[in-house]
Design a protein around this ligand. Sequence first.
Ligand SMILES: Cc1ncc(COP(=O)(O)O)c(C=O)c1O
Length: 395
Amino acid sequence: MEYKFSERVLSLKPSAIREIFKYAADPTYISLSAGNPAPEAFPAKQLGEISAKLMAENPILALQYSTTEGYVPLREHLKDYMKKTHNVGRDFDDLIVTSGAQQIMDLFTKSILNEGETVLCEAPSFIGSLNDFRSYRAKLVGIPMDTDGMNMEALEKALQTERNVKFIYTIPNFQNPSGITMSLEKRRRLYELAKQYGVMILEDNPYGDLRYEGEPLPTIKSFDEDGIVLYAGSFSKVISPGMRVGYAIGPKPVLAKMTVCKQGQDVHTNIWSQVVCYRFMTEYDFDAHLEGLRAIYTKKRALLLDLMEKNLAPHITWDPFNGGLFAWCHLPKGVDMMAFVQKALEKKVCVVPGTAFLTSENEPCDAFRINFSTPTDEQLTKGIELLGETIREMI
Ligand SMILES: Cc1ncc(COP(=O)(O)O)c(C=O)c1O
C-alpha cells in the first residue's frame, strides 16, 4: 500500500532530535533532555487516597461519559481560583477543561487559523506547540528573545510587515526552552501591540507556579479588558502530566468553537482525572503542595547553578532562569552546537540541541537545553561534569 498523507501533515517530518531522544530512554545514558517533573514531586499518596475513595463511594461519576466543557465543580473552582490568585477571567470569559495544555494549542489553532496565516512566536519556543501550528499549515515567524522576553521592536516590525498575523504565541514565565521570564513592561507592551494590530495572544503558562527567586509577575491575561487573550493553564508540572488535565480561559465565543472541535477529538477530558484534580485542590492543602515543589526544585536549581559555574563557565554561558525546569546554555563562538551535542552523546549525556526549538531547524543556533528536574543529584553532577569535559575538548 502506498500511503498518501494529507498536505496538512506532509511537511511534518521526524526531526533530527528524535535520534537523541532514543538515547534518553536508555538507562546507561544520563538524560538532561526530558521536561518531566521530578519523581519525588508527585503527590502519589494523596492521589491514591482520593481515587480509592472515589471508586468506593461514587464510581459512576468517574467511569461514565461526561461533558465536553469539563467537570463543573472543577471549572467553577478554577474560575474562582484564577480570579482570586491571578485576576484572570472577566464576564466575557469562560473556562473549559482540556486534555493538557497541548490540546489548547490544537483546539485554538484549529478554531481560528486558516492555512497560510501567520503565528508570531518566541524564537526559540516550545516544540510541541510549533508542531501543532505547523500541522494547520501556519506560517511561523520567530521573534528573537532578549533576556527579559520577546524583543518588542522586532515584534512590532513583524506586526507591521507580516501578512495575516492571526495570533502571538508566548510562554511568559520560565519559558520552555530558554527559562526566560518576560518583564512586566514587555507584558504590557505586548498586550498593547496585540490590541493595536487586532491580533489575539495565546498565553501558555505551565510553569508560572514554579518560581524559585524573585516576585511573581501578573499574567498578560490579567490585563485583558478587550477579550484578546486566550490563557492556557496546566496541571502537568504541578500535579501530574499523566493525568492530562489543563484548562483554557478565554472569550466565550472562542471557547464555544473550541468545545465543538474538542468533541471531535476526545469528547471530554478524562473525568476520573478531573475529579481527582478537583478534590486534590479543594480537600488538601494545594498551596503547601506548591511550596513543597518549589522547595524540591529550588535545591535542584541551586545545584545546577553551582555545577555550571564550576564546570561550564566561562566557556558556556546561560540565560537567567528564576523558575521552571530548564537552563538554556550558549556555546562559545566557533564551537559547532550539533557537534557538541553529538560529542556529549558519545560520553553518554543527552541534552537537546537548540535548533529543535526554532521555527526552522536549519537556522544557525549556538544553544542547547538542559533539564534539571528529572535527573537525580548524582546524575546531574556527573552529567554537567561530562558536559564540562566535552567543551574543554572542543575549544
Ligand atoms: C510551554 C509548554 N506548553 C505546553 C506544554 C504541554 O503541557 P501539557 O502536558 O499540559 O499538555 C508543555 C509541556 O512540556 C510546555 O513546556
